[in-house]
Design a protein around this ligand. Structure first.
Ligand code: MFK
Length: 557
C-alpha cells in the first residue's frame, strides 16, 4: 500500500537552550556567578515558551476578547473577557516576575537585562501579552521617578508583585481622537473635585473626555493625560494623572467602554475606546508638563517594543529553520538547498544585529535605574531608545514577511498560526511612536549641540577598538563610513534649516540605528570567536554589513 504524503509541522524546542544568540550574549555581558543564578529561570521560561505556552497559543488561535456592555437586567456592566491564553499568560507573567525582576534588583544593573531576557522568551508564545506588561513596567518606573510617595506605596507593590492575586497591570491612556502622535492636542479635561464625595478618599480631580485607543483595557489602573481647566493648549498644559478603573464593588469609576477596536493584528489585546465622565484621578506630579512627565513610561514601553521585535524575529526564524529540516522539495530537505539557507541566513543576520541593539538599550536602562550611569551613557540612552525602537520595528516586519515565504503557501494559511506573526509585528512600527515620530524624537535627543552625537561616536569607536579579525574589516569600515556620512549630513542639514533636517530624519535615524547594530554585532563577533571559538556572529556581521547600512541618500541635501 502506498502511504499518503504527510507533512510534519514546524516544532519548537526549549526556547532558551536553543537560542545561541541570547546565550552567547548573556555569557559576554553578565558576570558568570550572576548568570549561574538566573539561568534556571531562563531555562524554565524557555521550556514553557517552546512547550505548554506554544501549544496553548496554537489552541487559542481563534479566540478573541469579548466586551459585554449590558447584563440581562439592563444594567451597564462593560465587562471584558480575556481569552484562555491571556488568562494563563497573566498568571505566568506574575509568577515568573516578567515585570518584577527589574524592580527586585537582585542583581543590580543586570536585573533589567535579566528581565528583558525573560520578556524576550515569554512574548512570542503569548500573543502580545507583552503589551499590558510593558505598560505596567512603564507605570512602575514613572511612579517611582515621580517621587509621589503615596502613589508609589499604593501601586508599585502591585505592579511588581509575583503573586497573581495581588498583581496589577496598568493602562497607558494617551491617544485621543485628535491624534496618537500629537498628544499635546488632547482634549480630556480635568476638573477639581469640589464635592469630594467620590469613592476614593484620595482622588481629587475628575476627568472628562474620550480616550480613543486604550490598550489592554482590563487593567486595574491607568496613567493618563488630561488638561486641568484653564491650562494652556499643548503638551505643557496637560498634567499626568493616576486613576483606578473600578471601585471596591468592581464597578467602573465613571468610565464607559464604548467598543473594542477591530484591528489588523494584536487581536488578543482588548484595545478599547473609552469615555471618561467624571472619572476620579490623582495628579502624579504637578498640574502641567504631562508629556514630559509621562516620558519615562514611553521610554520603557519603547524598550519593550524593541525586545518584542527581536523576540518575534527569533520565533519566525526558529520555526522556519525547523521546517527547513522537515520539508523536502526537489529531492532534498530545504535545509540542504543553498538558496533557501542563504535566505534564512540573511534573516538571521538582521535579527542578530537587532538583538544586540535592543539589549544594549536594556543594559543602559539598567545602569540608569541603579544610578551606575555617567553623563555620556545617559545621552546615549536618550538617543538609542528611539533609534532602537524605530530600527527594530522596521526589521521585524521585513524579517517575518520573508520568513512566511520560507513556508511557501503554508505561511499564508491561518491555521498554521504563521500569518498572525506578521499581523502582530505590524503594530510595532506604529504604536509607541511611528517611525517618523521617533526619527524626529531622535533629532530632539541630539539637540542643537554635538554632545549626544559625540557620545554615540565615542561609544561605537570603543566598541570597534578591539575588533581586529580580518573577516570583520569590511563591516567595521562600513560602520565608520556610515557614521562619518551621518555626521556630515547632520551638520549640513542643520545649516540648511528645519525642513531639510526633518525631511531626511528617517534615513538619518535608520542609518544610525543600523550602523550601531553593526558595530555591536562586530564587537560581539570578535568576542565570540576569541572566547567561544564560534564564527556564526562573524558571518552574520559580514552579511548584515552588506545589506545596506548607510541609507542617507546622495540627494538628501
Ligand atoms: C510590545 C510592547 C509595546 C508596548 C505596548 C504598549 C501599548 C500602548 C499603546 C499606546 O499607548 S501607543 C501610544 C503611544 N504614544 C506615543 O508614543 C506618542 C507618540 N508621540 C510622541 O512621542 C511625540 O514626540 C510627543 C507626544 C512626545 C510630542 O509631544 P509634544 O507635546 O510636542 O512634546 P514636546 O514638547 O516635544 O516634549 C515635551 C517634553 O517632553 C520635552 O521636555 P522639556 O519640557 O524639558 O523641553 C521633551 O524633551 C520631553 N520628551 C518627549 N519625549 C521624550 C521626552 N523626554 C524623554 N524621553 C522622551 N521619549
Amino acid at each position: 500500500m502506498i502511504m499518503p504524503f504527510q507533512q510534519a509541522p514546524p516544532a519548537l524546542g526549549n526556547q532558551y537552550e536553543d537560542d545561541s544568540v541570547l546565550r552567547s550574549y548573556l555569557r559576554r555581558t553578565i558576570p558568570a556567578e550572576v548568570l549561574r543564578e538566573i539561568e534556571p529561570a531562563l531555562v524554565e521560561m524557555g521550556r514553557l515558551a517552546g512547550g505548554e505556552l506554544y501549544q496553548m497559543q496554537l489552541a487559542d488561535r481563534l479566540n478573541e476578547p469579548t466586551l459585554t456592555q449590558w447584563d440581562a437586567w439592563g444594567n451597564r456592566i462593560d465587562r471584558i473577557e480575556l481569552t484562555p491564553l491571556w488568562r494563563v499568560a497573566e498568571r505566568i507573567a506574575a509568577e515568573h516576575g516578567v515585570v518584577a525582576t527589574a524592580y527586585e534588583q537582585k542583581h543590580g544593573r543586570f536585573s533589567r537585562v535579566h528581565q528583558c531576557a525573560l520578556a524576550y522568551l515569554f512574548t512570542p508564545s503569548t500573543d502580545i501579552y507583552s503589551c499590558p506588561l510593558a505598560m505596567s513596567d512603564g507605570a512602575a518606573r514613572t511612579l517611582l521617578d515621580s517621587g509621589n510617595q503615596a502613589l508609589i506605596e499604593r501601586a508599585v507593590p502591585h505592579l511588581t508583585s509575583r503573586d497573581p492575586k495581588a498583581f496589577w497591570t496598568s493602562g497607558q491612556w494617551m491617544t485621543e481622537l485628535t491624534g496618537g502622535s500629537d498628544v499635546g492636542a488632547s482634549e480630556t479635561i480635568a476638573k477639581p473635585d469640589l464635592t469630594r464625595n467620590s469613592n476614593s478618599e484620595t482622588a481629587n480631580w475628575l476627568l472628562y473626555g474620550r480616550k480613543w485607543f486604550t490598550s489592554a483595557a482590563t487593567s486595574q489602573i491607568a496613567l493618563t493625560l488630561a488638561r486641568p481647566e484653564g491650562n494652556p493648549p499643548g503638551g505643557r498644559g496637560l498634567a499626568l494623572f493616576y486613576l483606578e478603573m473600578r471601585d471596591e464593588h468592581g464597578r467602573l469609576h465613571n468610565i464607559s467602554i464604548d467598543r473594542l477596536k477591530d484591528k489588523l493584528g494584536t487581536r488578543k489585546v482588548p484595545t478599547a475606546e473609552l469615555t471618561l465622565d467624571g472619572t476620579p484621578a490623582q495628579l502624579v506630579l504637578g498640574t502641567t508638563d504631562g508629556v514630559r512627565n509621562i516620558a519615562p513610561l514611553l521610554n520603557i514601553t519603547r524598550l519593550w517594543n524593541g525586545i518584542s521585535a527581536v523576540s518575534l524575529m527569533r520565533r519566525s526564524i526558529a520555526l522556519a529553520l525547523d521546517y527547513s529540516q522537515k520539508r523536502s522539495v526537489f529531492g532534498a530537505p530545504l535545509s540542504e538547498k543553498p538558496l533557501h539557507m542563504d535566505t534564512l541566513a540573511g534573516l538571521q543576520a538582521e535579527a542578530e544585529a537587532a538583538f544586540h541593539l535592543a539589549f544594549m538599550v536594556a543594559e543602559l536602562t539598567g545602569r540608569a535605574e541603579t544610578a551606575e550611569i555617567v553623563e555620556e551613557q545617559s545621552l546615549l540612552l536618550r538617543l538609542l531608545t528611539p533609534l532602537m525602537k524605530l530600527t527594530t520595528a522596521r526589521q521585524v516586519v521585513a524579517v517575518i514577511s520573508e520568513a512566511l515565504e520560507a513556508f511557501g503557501g503554508a505561511g499564508y494559511v491561518e491555521d498554521t498560526g504563521l500569518p498572525m506573526l506578521l499581523r502582530d509585528a505590524q503594530v510595532l512600527p506604529i504604536w509607541e511612536g511611528t517611525t517618523n515620530v521617533l526619527a524626529l524624537d531622535a533629532l530632539r535627543a541630539l539637540g542643537a549641540d554635538d554632545r549626544t552625537f559625540t557620545a554615540l561616536k565615542l561609544s561605537l569607536t570603543r566598541c570597534l577598538a578591539s575588533v581586529n579579525d580580518k573577516r570583520l574589516a569590511e563591516p567595521v569600515r562600513i560602520v565608520r563610513a556610515a557614521l562619518a556620512h551621518a555626521e556630515s549630513w547632520l551638520a549640513e542639514a542643520r545649516q540648511a534649516g528645519t525642513p531639510a533636517l526633518e525631511a531626511g530624519a528617517r534615513r538619518f535615524a535608520l542609518t544610525l540605528g543600523r550602523a550601531t547594530e553593526l558595530a555591536l554585532l562586530c564587537s560581539h563577533a570578535q568576542w565570540s570567536r576569541e572566547s567561544e571559538n564560534e564564527t556564526g556572529s562573524t558571518d552574520a556581521a559580514r552579511r548584515f554589513g552588506a545589506s545596506g547600512i548607510d541609507l542617507i541618500a546622495a540627494s538628501d541635501l
